[in-house]
Ligand binder design. Sequence first.
Ligand code: UDP
Ligand code: MG
Length: 313
Amino acid sequence: MSLISIVVPCYNEEAVLPFFRDEILKITDGMIEKSPELSFEFLFINDGSADKTLSVLREYGEADERFKYVSFSRNFGKESAIYAGLSNAKGDYVVLMDADLQHPPEIIPEMYKAVVEDDFDCAATRRVSRSGDSKVLSFFSNSFYKINNAISPTSVMSGAQDFRFMKRRMVDAILSMSEYSRFSKGIFAWVGFDTRYIEVKNTPRKAGKTSWNFGKLLSYSIDGFTGFSTAPLRLASFLGILSCIAAVVATVIILIRFIITGETSGGYYTLLCTILLLGGFQLLSIGILGEYLSKTYLETKHRPIYIVKEQKL
Ligand code: UDP
Ligand code: MG
């Protein structure tokens, strides 16, 4: 017998859950028919939804004992929901997927094949087309991967999604990273293991609406940079060296000009630009320091990653 846990973070997903349940049952029933040794559990994480998500989950739990849930005391974010899901999943294999059917359940059998038959530790989807997304967003997203992979020792596969089918050993490795500021894309890459990427097209949300906006995405990518790379901290030293060199060159030029022409009066604009540039360098460096300091501050508090209000396991 092998148990597969399907872990689903949910934030205000009451509209889409009935579709999700139908789809996932269709696929998993098909898999059980083919391989009767398989069994499933469906673990939903209610991440402090303001709608009726929790009552829907309670209802599912009563109707079918394989449907389980963990409900948070407030919204802790998808990263915390993923951690709670992986912590409570009992399966030999764990599938992590979104509730909105943007992660099509039809791919699960293919992932199963990659992990169980072809012996990969993980199968993940990777979107190759961004049709339906705005050009601006795609540009920033691509730039994120480029910058991240240039400055960070942990390179993240461009377009890799959180839709993953993992072996128990990879799940345990992820759980051993109990940091407070979680950036799953980085964590999946950092733990290593052999991953097969299955290329998929962008699928629109089935119902409900996304909780992401540009501001959230920007702060998510900053978490990505600071969580896995210390290169930005070196930027301050680099800028410092650069302005020292500029200072020496400028001094030499002014000195030579004074010896030859006797001219001392400097330009007002040159001075203004220099002050602004140096001020900019300094504030930027302090800002970067602040980013790392704030991360360290939150880590040292050892706060729980999530708080459970109610659960059915
Ligand atoms: N989600 C969550 N907590 C949050 C935001 C989102 O658990 O604070 C869940 C959400 O219910 C969905 C998944 O994370 O199952 C992806 O969210 P969404 O569809 O809003 O993001 P997108 O697909 O647009 O990246
Ligand atoms: Mg979505």
